[in-house]
Design a protein around this ligand. Structure first.
Ligand SMILES: C[S@@+](CC[C@H](N)C(=O)[O-])C[C@H]1O[C@@H](n2cnc3c(N)ncnc32)[C@H](O)[C@@H]1O
Length: 221
């Protein structure tokens, strides 16, 4: 009898009701690191990652590998030693500092201007960059778009404009000032067109105008 398959079936059929709303908050994670309650950390790395590393890499070299919720995962060191570039995100600065010190890796720290309060800890050799912030900050739309854009690539962005005192959204009003504050450090921003998109639906929302605003962002930095 395949007991593991049976266990899977049991898990699949178990009602997760009691866990549905259970969240480990960022504060609780920070406390775990402070108290040394880090039973989740595997000093020898995760056996399954070791086992399936070839499947993951499929012969490719020089990859950029992302570790969300990285803690002080030792696999980051293995992969960097194999010639890959590692990017991690972790809310606990203590975890990241322990990573560098436990592997005797010199590093430097710098703020991340796009994300308030975030820091980047980067190995001096440059191949391990660990962001200290919430994953939710890093994977916000803007950061994601910036990471996807190469120099000189262009990004068409459409926003909507209306009087936000008259309708609470969605869609949400995005002023030009916000586009500028989000993208101006890395992009040239040009407004291409404002289109009158007002319809009966918008009138029923209580609006008297509704525009679509099209921008082109050119990644320059
Ligand atoms: C299961 S542990 C992973 C540990 C890691 N594999 C290791 O060996 O250290 C999950 C990690 O996610 C971090 N974490 C939890 N919520 C987070 C969030 N919103 N953003 C970034 N990191 C978070 C925790 O601090 C914790 O280190």
């Amino acid at each position: 009898m395949d007991r593991s398959a049976d266990a899977c079936r049991i898990l699949e059929s178990t009602d997760i009701g009691s866990q549905k709303d259970r969240v480990v908050t960022e504060e609780e994670w920070l406390q775990k690191w402070e108290m040394g309650n880090t039973g989740f950390h595997k000093e020898q790395g995760h056996p399954l990652l070791r086992k399936y590393l070839d499947v993951l890499l499929s012969g490719r070299s020089g990859l950029r590998i992302f570790f969300p919720l990285c803690g002080k995962a030792v696999e980051m060191k293995w992969l960097a030693d194999m010639g890959h570039t590692v990017v991690g995100v972790e809310v606990s600065e203590q975890a990241l500092k322990e990573f560098f010190s436990e592997h005797s890796l010199p590093y430097c720290e710098e703020p991340v201007p796009e994300i308030s309060g975030a820091k980047k800890l980067q190995s001096t050799s440059g191949n391990i960059s660990l962001y200290c912030c919430s994953i939710y900050d890093l994977s916000s739309y803007v950061s994601l778009m910036i990471t996807l854009m190469e120099k000189n690539s262009s990004y068409l962005l459409v926003t909507v404009s209306y009087d936000p005192n008259k309708h609470k959204g969605p869609p949400f009003y995005v002023p030009e000032s916000e586009i500028k504050s989000l993208f101006r450090d890395c992009c040239e921003i040009k407004c291409l067109q404002k289109v009158d998109d007002f319809s009966e639906k918008h009138r029923q929302w209580g609006l008297d105008y509704f525009l679509e605003v099209l921008y082109i962002l050119k990644f320059v930095a």
